[in-house]
Write a protein that binds this ligand. Structure first.
Ligand SMILES: Cc1cc2nc3c(=O)[nH]c(=O)nc-3n(C[C@H](O)[C@H](O)[C@H](O)COP(=O)(O)O)c2cc1C
Ligand code: SF4
Ligand code: SF4
Length: 466
């Protein structure tokens, strides 16, 4: 019995110790508190109190309610997607507008959700037109108990034709004016959600900060046509034989979103404003990447529309595991940690040299690397000459270290990039420009022209002879 009690004590103490050591995922984002950084983005998954409650119960820390605003009528159908090879919805597209549910129903449900989940973040996304409408709807959502407001200046279809959504996000001065209207009355934190449909994201970002916004979120969807029906010649999604541009999102847009987040978190006049990262987030890794680039919370739409609220379990446990492994106790401990490594091209070390190496034990002899390098890169891979051996060979002196072969190789870690310089030397374009030594001919030692092997033009036709 004593032995059994000892065992229970050990197990309990291990459990307590373990709990004590668990990282703290909670965040305070511009004054909005949330048990974890994972929020649902304003979209169909936050259409109703039923869905938001279900999501919170599953583990989501916050929800940005489906945008409330002026009355609208939606079309049927309204979604399209890019199904890339075996992956469905690698990119997702919609022509849906803001909520089509009555404002009073939404307000009542926001109030109910806050009663059940007082410690979760409920943010009301808003889109109206005139100053008085902004003032009224802000009062309404504050009375309903929302923890924050998100201004939807991003919708790139339908609403922009009525002068709202991305029509505002694309005009920094208009955006600033509306943020100022909002800040005149808002008692709760305000997040300005930006459209990516602009050439320089810093412009609306700065306008939001200058207007007094407490925080920024991005990205909303990217203006897009996902395809054309080859029988009816109408763009998807088709509405009675016609279509229009939609908003693109899902895994395909993550690189664009990461880049835009970085543009803001690195900007001296924006970097102190909390940023909520959105766009293509599906796993804990995606979320960590946004946080490493300085995001303080992340928002998810397409992944939940695809797989449901349950994906939060893996996102949460993956994030916890990452933090334990790296020794981080809070989200702030690693927020922005990648930023010092994101620089401009002109600051990259031109003396750094990698080349491809093939792991013969892993190679399955598919020739994909050879084809890619010969046709699409630098003719630095040779096929084996002896019969029976299917393992290609890297021609080291021709390899420029572009990575292409390692990206096309279907076997994980079969082609790796191996460093060839000893790390002792560094020169950047910027340093050369300052030293007045940028190349003036194509014969510079470091330029491709001098050392870059190129086969003769006749070599292109040599297969004909054989
Ligand atoms: C069907 C659909 C409806 C959306 N509706 C809204 C909306 O009402 N308000 C808003 O701010 N963003 C809306 N969005 C954009 C998302 O909130 C989010 O910014 C975008 O989808 C990128 O995130 P994701 O790649 O995780 O989907 C919508 C997106 C989709 C797919
Ligand atoms: S890294 Fe580029 S140049 Fe080198 S072998 Fe691979 S594809 Fe060819
Ligand atoms: S792509 Fe990879 S597996 Fe295929 S031949 Fe090249 S190294 Fe081998």
């Amino acid at each position: 019995m004593d032995q059994q009690n000892n065992m229970i004590t050990i197990l309990l103490s291990y459990r307590c110790k373990n709990t004590d050591n668990m990282p703290n995922l909670s965040i305070n984002f511009a004054g909005i508190k949330s048990p974890n950084p994972f929020w649902l983005a304003s979209a169909p998954p936050t259409n109703s109190g039923y869905q938001v409650m279900k999501a919170f119960d599953a583990g989501w820390g916050g929800a940005v309610w489906k945008t409330l605003g002026v009355p609208i009528i939606n079309t049927s159908s309204r979604y399209g997607s890019i199904n890339y090879r075996n992956t469905r919805m690698a990119g997702f597209n919609n022509i849906e507008l803001i909520t089509d549910r009555p404002l009073e129903d939404n307000l009542k449900e926001i109030e109910e959700v806050k009663k059940y989940f007082p410690n979760h973040a409920v943010i009301a996304s808003l889109m109206v037109e005139r100053k008085e409408e902004w003032h009224q709807i802000i009062k309404d959502v504050e009375n309903a108990g929302a923890d924050g407001i998100e201004l939807n200046f991003g919708c790139p279809h339908g609403m922009c034709e009525r002068g709202m959504g991305s029509a505002v996000g694309q005009e920094p001065s208009v955006l600033k004016t509306i943020v100022e209207w909002v800040m005149e009355v808002a008692q709760i934190p305000v997040i300005t959600k930006l459209t990516p449909n602009i050439s320089h994201i810093v412009d609306p970002g700065l306008a939001a900060v200058q207007g007094g916004s407490d925080a920024i979120s991005l990205i909303n969807t990217i203006k897009s046509i996902v395809g054309i029906d080859l029988d009816t010649y109408a763009p998807y999604p088709i509405v009675d034989g016609k279509g229009t541009n939609g908003g693109y999102c899902g895994p395909a847009v993550k690189p664009i979103a990461l880049e835009m987040v970085k543009e803001l978190t690195k900007h001296p006049d924006i970097k102190d404003t909390p940023i909520s990262g959105i766009g293509g987030i599906e796993t804990w890794r995606d979320a960590v990447e946004f946080i490493l680039l300085g995001a303080g919370s992340v928002q998810v739409c397409t992944a939940v529309m695809h797989y449901g609220f349950g994906i939060i379990r893996e996102m949460q446990s993956g994030l916890e595991q990452f933090m334990i492994e790296k020794g981080y106790e809070t989200i702030n401990d690693f927020k922005g940690k990648a930023l010092p490594n994101v620089t401009e091209w002109k600051h990259l070390n031109l003396k750094h040299k990698v080349i491809a190496a093939i792991n013969e034990d892993k190679c399955v002899g598919c020739d994909l690397c050879y084809i890619a390098c010969d046709d699409g890169a630098h003719q630095a891979i040779r096929l084996p000459e002896e019969n029976g051996n299917r393992i290609p060979e890297i021609i080291e002196e021709n390899c420029v270290g572009c990575n292409l072969c390692s990206l096309v190789c279907p076997v994980e870690d079969c082609i790796t990039m191996v460093q060839k310089d000893d790390g002792s030397q560094s020169i950047t374009w910027d340093e050369r420009a300052k030293a007045n030594t940028i190349p003036t001919t194509f014969n510079d030692d470091l330029a491709g022209g001098k050392h870059h092997f190129v086969p003769t033009v006749e070599d292109a036709l040599k297969w004909r002879k054989s």
